[in-house]
Ligand binder design. Structure first.
Ligand code: NAD
Length: 368
């Protein structure tokens, strides 16, 4: 039984040990952050915008301060939920006026893929930095135009590659850079889910620019590059379509593709809108392996290597992403894996080549 005396004795005993405890043993409240804060406006108040906005509530360095939407009722709802002042609310007709708004640093574009190009170019012309969701554009040509527009306007263009800040992913990258896997020989990226509603924009070529490849296959493309640490030099690809009514001309249902890397590694990847439980990366080298499953979902990401389980803690991806992007945009920080327009352009060039390989049935050489 715990008596008051026991309690006092315990206190006394611990007091004796106090001077010898290392300082790091104390639970210290982190010093309040008093650095610069990135003031963000979100464009396109759909499902992902909501996820980003909610995650940003836990950010230290980024704050949601504005919205751009074509739906007044959504704007009103967001104003109430996130305390956004009326002067920071815009629609698609008048958002060029954001140029005059000194309280917004960056616009985060979370609209359907086909709108990214023009919207990013308009935001850049308004003199604001841009974060654009993936895929950055429908093809490499559009991506190049966006990069050029941002350069001309002297604003930065970042892309929402949230996995580039994910701790288990970064640990695998660190191990690879450290030589723990030896020479990397093989990567497998399996990315897909069974898509529902056939009327959604993701299945509309005009708005999506393609099918599963633009949406989920891009994770395998991007993942192959950050896991292997090189950019591919060739691609081959094969398409399978089981439902040509749901997946119309130009909307890919399932594509298998292979990538060759300059160091000799090959990647074998699957992109699909017709299978669930596909979210797995596997990296193999001469001395070891890494496996992430799930590998790119919202998490927690799980994984192991030949050295054992990966135990890095999970934090909401979009919270970490926005804090890190604040560091990039406001303090010139450099991420371990780039998240800029040039990085996204590489993925677009690979997507172009994959579609070309599907069409021609030939191996396509690549320079990204
Ligand atoms: P969504 O359909 O839920 O939202 C899209 C928003 O854009 C809606 O609010 C819609 O009203 C608006 N919109 C503006 N103009 C439109 C038009 N002409 N047609 C249709 N909608 C229009 O889609 P989402 O899932 O939020 O995806 C948006 C973007 O975010 C896509 O590029 C997608 O690839 C990307 N995304 C990224 C992640 C990630 O993990 N990084 C996850 C989901 C989506």
């Amino acid at each position: 039984m715990n008596s008051r005396r026991d309690f006092l004795q315990k206190i006394a005993a611990s007091a004796i040990t106090l001077p010898f405890m290392p300082l790091s043993g104390w639970a210290q409240a982190p010093a309040p952050y008093d650095g610069p804060v990135l003031r963000v406006a979100i464009m396109g108040l759909g499902s992902y915008a909501n996820r980003v906005a909610n995650a940003m509530q836990s950010c230290t360095k980024a704050k949601l301060v504005g919205v751009i939407s074509g739906t007044p009722s959504k704007v009103q709802d967001w104003q109430g939920r996130f305390g956004i002042p009326a002067k920071n609310c815009y629609n698609y007709d008048n958002f060029d006026r954001i140029k005059e708004n000194q309280d917004i640093d960056v616009v985060y574009v979370t609209t359907p893929n086909a709108l990214h190009r023009d919207q990013v170019i308009r935001v850049a012309a308004a003199g604001k930095h841009v974060i654009c969701e993936k895929p950055m554009a429908l093809n490499a040509k559009e991506g190049e135009e966006m990069i050029a527009a941002c350069k001309k306007a002297k604003v930065q263009l970042l892309v929402g590659y949230r996995m580039h800040f994910e701790p288990k992913t970064l640990e695998v990258i660190r191990m690879r850079q450290n030589g723990d896997f030896g020479k990397v020989l093989f990567f497998q990226g399996q990315c897909g889910f069974k898509i529902g509603d056939p009327t959604q924009w993701r299945l509309n070529k005009q708005l999506a620019g393609g099918g599963a490849m633009m949406d989920i296959g891009i994770y395998a493309i991007n993942g192959s590059r950050y896991m292997i640490g090189e950019d591919p030099i060739w691609v081959t690809a094969q398409e399978t379509k089981t439902d040509p009514v749901k997946f119309k001309e130009g909307v890919d249902e399932t594509i298998q593709f292979q990538l060759g890397f300059p160091g000799g590694a090959v990647a074998s990847c699957l992109s699909t809108y017709n299978m669930n439980n596909l979210d797995r990366f596997f990296l193999n080298g001469e001395k070891g392996f890494a496996e992430l499953q799930p590998s790119t979902g919202y998490g927690p990401i799980k994984g192991r290597t030949h050295q054992g389980e990966l135990t890095q803690p999970h934090t909401t991806h979009q919270t970490v992403q926005m804090d890190e992007m604040a560091g990039i945009l406001l303090e010139g920080k450099r991420p371990v894996v780039a998240v800029d327009g040039e990085e996204a352009l590489k993925d677009l060039k690979i997507i172009d080549a994959i579609y070309q390989a599907v069409k021609t049935g030939k191996k396509v050489a690549l320079t990204v």
